[in-house]
Design a protein around this ligand. Structure first.
Ligand SMILES: Cc1ncc(COP(=O)(O)O)c(C=O)c1O
Length: 438
């Protein structure tokens, strides 16, 4: 942070700037650049008609309109919470009834992640995340002064045996009480596109039961992309495997499956967390936008939301196939380049050979910018000690048209050809300086 006459707080000084804002700005300022970086949803399929008619219904009825234009409650509009409870049960095809009393409506799921960090984390507390993990949550944790312990992933998601090994090490060091949250983006993860398999979900819940009398941590199941499934099995949530509502905070959002402009999210949580969350949320905003909540309620009630999700599954399914085919044809001759194959969501995780950095100062990023394509450097998704993987990247088919997806991947290949024979650079470690933006 620059010298300033203002005395910034420690939280402000610790919180890194989001790398995504930089990439969004680049893409907005230069339309010739194809951005496979910014995590925007598909603009063309935003539900303009549906939201407009929901708003007309609300505002066309003076009684409903006055209710929606007044302040609501901090916890959120009860009819909406009731519908969310039913919706979650229907996603899990479960007869479990979730209680609206355990649901809090939030201003996007990002707000829940932040508020929960305020409720649970003191400086020096430990949060366990997948490696790689969601960039913006990493920034929240940095701001809170949390120590992040990263657990490696493979094609089935977080490696639960590695998690248990780390728990044992942390316990041996006397630090078990400092672990507050185990965070997983368990469907079509941002950034890697991977999903926690059913077997791993069962392992994780069995682990929580085994450790329950000494581990106080809560699992945060960030299911932001869950409903964008276009392939693969319909996997039940961790929440549905938590029948006593003891271990899991389920964070959901209407941003990805409906519209980020609504900025509406929700969380279903163990009952004892509800009050502390509401006390802190009251300080943030004493309730998320009431008009937005009524709008979402209307969309769920008249079925437009459910129809729209089905359309989006088609849209992203098609775009992901275009991206995967483009990767296969462009990189067929370069088996050293590998990538994930998502069955939902918006992201693909691409790995170059280890000696090629994809970071902000890298030759590869310069080559990509001059070819006119942007990605998010993978290093932003890692935290912790030791050399951090630096030759990976997140690319998304979220908002680019199919033609631009194809052209974008072609440009990435051209950038790769420019640098592929460069000499290996020394490994980056956590203690080496971070790029200017972090
Ligand atoms: C994994 C994940 N969680 C949470 C969010 C927050 O989304 P919102 O606050 O719009 O609900 C995002 C947004 O990109 C995300 O990718």
């Amino acid at each position: 942070m620059q010298q300033s006459r203002f005395g910034f707080s420690e939280v402000s000084k610790r919180t890194p700037e989001s790398p995504i804002s930089y990439f969004m700005q680049q893409a907005v300022e230069n339309q010739d650049i194809i951005s496979l970086a910014a995590g925007l949803v598909d603009t063309g399929s935003l539900p303009v008609q549906e939201i407009s008619s929901a708003l007309n219904d609300i505002l066309g009825d003076p009684t409903k309109a006055r209710e929606a234009l007044q302040y609501g409650t901090t916890q959120g509009h009860l009819p909406l919470r009731e519908k969310i409870a039913k919706h979650l049960a229907s996603l899990d095809k479960s007869s479990t009834t979730f209680s609206p009393k355990d649901i809090v409506v939030t201003t996007g799921s990002q707000q829940l992640l932040y508020i929960l960090s305020e409720v649970l984390i003191d400086e020096g507390d430990i949060v366990i995340t997948e490696a790689p993990s969601y960039f913006v949550y990493q920034a929240v944790l940095a701001g809170r002064g949390a120590e992040v312990v990263s657990i490696p992933m493979d094609e089935e998601g977080m490696q639960i045996h590695a998690l248990e090994e780390r728990l044992k090490q942390i316990e041996a060091a006397g630090n078990l009480p400092r672990i507050k949250i185990i965070y997983t983006v368990d469907y079509y993860q941002n950034p890697s596109g991977r999903t926690l398999s059913l077997a791993r979900r069962k392992e994780l819940m069995a682990l929580m039961n085994r450790w329950s009398n000494r581990l106080r941590a809560v699992i945060v199941e960030d299911a932001a992309y869950r409903e964008l499934r276009f392939d693969g099995p319909d996997i039940p949530s961790l929440k549905s495997m938590d029948p006593e509502n003891k271990f899991v905070v389920y964070a959901g959002t209407f941003s990805k499956p409906c519209s980020p402009g609504l900025k509406s999210g929700y969380a279903l949580m163990p009952t004892e967390l509800v009050r502390p969350i509401l006390i802190i949320k009251a300080n943030h905003d004493f309730g998320s936008s009431n008009l937005t909540q009524h709008t979402v309620d209307r969309l769920l009630e008249n079925g437009d939301y459910q129809k729209h999700v089905l359309e989006l599954q088609e849209v992203y399914g098609k775009k992901s196939r275009v991206m995967l085919e483009a990767l296969e044809s462009n990189f067929a001759a370069y088996p050293e380049v590998t990538w994930t194959k998502p069955t939902g969501g918006m992201f693909v995780w691409l790995k170059l050979p280890e000696h090629i950095s994809t970071g902000l100062q890298s030759e590869f990023l310069k080559a990509a910018m001059s070819e006119g394509v942007l990605y998010v450097p993978g290093i932003f998704a890692y935290r912790g000690a030791g050399p951090l993987p630096d030759s990976e990247m997140r690319i998304t088919y979220g908002d680019a048209s199919v033609d631009r997806i194809r052209e974008g991947i072609h440009r990435l290949k051209k950038a790769y050809l420019r640098v592929k024979d460069t000499k290996p650079a020394p490994a980056r470690t956590a203690s080496s300086p971070k790029p200017a933006l972090v």
